[in-house]
Design a protein around this ligand. Structure first.
Ligand code: F6R
Length: 634
């Protein structure tokens, strides 16, 4: 299906809730390739006629696969950008063009340095103009777009506030290029790039909604579960200045390109029974019954016949009714997810248990993308597994050193320095010069500079110590921790990491040597460009098919990202108040990590409340897991 043409095509029954044309792809690379192919076609057609193309471009992680594909088309298929003029959506205010987080720098790194676009054809709002000249400079930007003949195609991403460009909630439909204040959520989302929310600029210069809507064609891309809720609001909700992407509904040539995860909250995906006939298999039935129970605010077993009919799920009763029969089926399914024996209960009938009883004890391998992730996602379960006699190994995939503040590194270096001085220097010359070197490097790079290798190494060691402390609280001995320090992490920065074969090889050889019976790996892949998603991908690429894996189950845990919904949970490990307390204690050991990253016990409580509301037993907390089968998602 072509992305660019047939904008006015009649919508199918399934799409009737969607007010902007929305195309769903299995993943971001396929969508990006198709968009790049269409853009290439546009450029070539215009070249043939001696005409120019004016493209509006976006930054952020969303368009990166699209830019990679354009670069590939340039290198391998000779696509020239000599007739292309570009206008970027926005720029942080106050950042010079060569600041490593400026959008100027981003565009050079991700696209312009790798194609043949003439420098003079590139336009990016200037974030350095003095305040009293900003208005003029914005007017001039608008005039430049007009003079170029207007935007032929504007590429857009979407922020969690629903912004396009940096048009935060409250931006009107006819707003033009201007200086705006960034929303709190937007600044939080950029915090990892700037090594802390306090460093994220407060203002930005952005094209307005009106500027964007004047483009002849708009394509908005969105990837990952993190975007699912806002995509639904923009596509299915009412048009409102509180969600500036919703204005795309009023444009006559706009398309959303989304991957399956970003589409997951659209009605056709989340409540398919509302848009047409569905096949009532076990999974769909469970989903619909949980949805109905939550909608009616009553436990599963109390939902009655009429309520099925009144809420458009009467068809389910025709297929599998009566209501009580369907309810009890789902109740049992939920009940069977609950287990205090995450490694399987030895000598028990395991027909209805999430994990098999044998072998016992099991070799268990837990992957933690950053040192704290496994403890955040499954600290209580780790403690259970150890206590129940399994051989637990925790593989910490990256050093996590980018998370550690300068203050922590400074503290350790100055302790070493003072110890050396106390001892009087004898035999401690090496340590003294190391400490002085670290302190010197910290001072030289300043607050926002890039950490030299030595500083990164020290920060990694600090986190190692904290991880060992946290593990001990969960009963895990030091020797059971393996630090993989995957090279992709050491060479990169958040949202700019790229996985290499060496990374995958490290995971592959660990798996081969240990041959676990049970593996836990992060399911925090809502943002496909996140570190956790990359670590998951390394695992998925490394795990062999067949052989020892035929006697191995893989479980996905969730950390600070979206919790699993009731219908997604395959194993629910309940926790008592004491066990939840222990988990909190282990998380408190990560002193050099921002507390926001560690606040999961509340999520465990919420999952427990969700089970309670559905009519299950009432626990203090639940750690939830999804079973992964090879190929079920990448
Ligand atoms: C970027 C821009 C923003 C981003 C949006 C999504 O130029 O204007 O609207 O498209 O914040 O960011 P990512 O892609 O990083 O999720």
């Amino acid at each position: 299906m072509s992305i660019i043409d047939s904008p006015g095509k009649r919508q199918t029954q399934q799409e009737r809730f969607e007010k902007t044309r929305t195309l769903i792809y299995p993943d971001s690379s396929q969508a990006s390739q198709e968009l790049a192919a269409e853009v290439a076609e546009l450029i070539r057609t215009r070249q043939g006629k001696g005409e120019r193309v004016v493209l509006g471009l976006a930054t952020g992680s969303t368009p990166v696969p699209f830019y990679r594909e354009l670069i590939r088309l340039h290198r391998e298929e000779g696509l020239s950008f000599s007739n292309v003029t570009t206008f970027n959506l926005d720029e942080y205010y106050g950042l010079a063009g060569d600041h490593r987080e400026s959008y100027c720098q981003f565009m050079r790194d991700q696209l312009f340095d790798h194609i043949d676009i003439p420098e003079e054809n590139i336009n990016i709002p200037d974030g350095t103009v003095p305040l009293d000249k900003v208005y003029e400079s914005c007017l001039a930007y608008e005039a430049r777009i007009e003079a170029a003949g207007g935007l032929d195609l504007q590429i857009l991403g979407i922020g969690r506030t629903g912004h396009i460009g940096f048009n935060e909630p409250g931006s009107s439909k006819d707003s033009m290029t201007r200086l705006i204040t960034l929303d709190r959520v937007t600044r939080q989302d950029a915090a990892a790039d700037f090594l802390g929310v306090q460093n994220v600029p407060r203002f930005a210069v952005t094209m307005g909604v009106g500027t964007i809507l004047k483009a002849k064609r708009l394509v908005l891309m969105a990837w990952g579960e993190n975007k699912a809720e806002i995509v639904r609001e923009a596509v299915e909700g009412t048009v409102t200045d509180q969600v500036s992407a919703s204005f795309l509904q009023e444009h006559d040539n706009s398309t959303f390109l989304v991957d399956a995860a970003a589409a997951s909250k659209l009605t056709r995906r989340s409540y398919p029974w509302l848009v047409g006939s569905v096949e009532w298999d076990k999974a769909m039935t469970r989903r619909a019954v949980i949805w109905l129970s939550r909608k009616l605010e009553k436990p599963v077993l109390k939902v009655i016949e009429e309520e099925y009919n009144e809420n458009v799920v009467g068809e389910l009763l025709t297929a599998a009714g009566p209501a009580y029969q369907v309810n009890i089926g789902v109740f049992n399914q939920l009940q069977h997810t609950i287990t205090g024996w995450p490694g399987g209960k030895p000598d028990a009938d395991d027909t209805n248990r999430p994990e098999r009883a044998q072998p016992h004890p099991k070799r268990v391998l837990i992957f933690s993308p950053e040192p704290h992730d496994a403890f955040v996602g499954m600290g209580g379960t780790i403690e259970r597994l150890v206590e129940q006699g399994h051989e637990v190994k925790i593989a910490i995939q990256t050093s996590g050193n980018l998370r550690v503040s300068d203050v922590a590194a400074y503290k350790f270096a100055s302790v070493v320095r003072e110890m050396a001085e106390l001892i009087g220097g004898q035999g401690w010359e090496g340590q003294l010069s190391y400490a002085n070197d670290i302190i010197g490097q910290l001072e030289e790079k300043g607050e926002f500079g890039i950490d030299p290798e030595r500083v990164r190494k020290l920060k990694g060691l600090i986190l190692r110590g904290e991880a060992r402390d946290a593990a001990r609280v969960c009963g895990v001995v030091d020797e059971a921790l393996t630090f993989l320090d995957m090279p992709f992490y050491e060479a990169g920065r958040y949202r700019r990491f790229s996985l290499t074969d060496a990374d995958v090889d490290i995971i592959a050889s660990l798996l081969e040597n240990y041959q676990p019976h049970q593996i836990y790996v992060t399911g925090d892949v809502a943002d496909p460009s996140s570190l956790q998603a990359l670590c998951f991908r390394a695992f998925a690429n490394a795990i062999p098919e067949g052989g020892w894996t035929t006697d191995c189950r893989v479980w996905l845990y969730r950390g600070k990202e979206l919790s699993l919904a009731g219908h997604e949970i395959d194993m629910a490990v309940p926790m008592s108040p004491d066990q939840l307390g222990l988990k909190s204690e282990s998380l408190r050991k990560f002193q050099s990590i921002n507390a926001d990253e560690l606040e999961t016990p509340e999520r465990n409580r919420e999952t427990a409340r969700e089970y309670d509301r559905l009519g299950m037993a009432e626990y203090e907390g639940i750690e939830a897991f999804q079973r992964w089968c090879q190929g079920s998602f990448a």
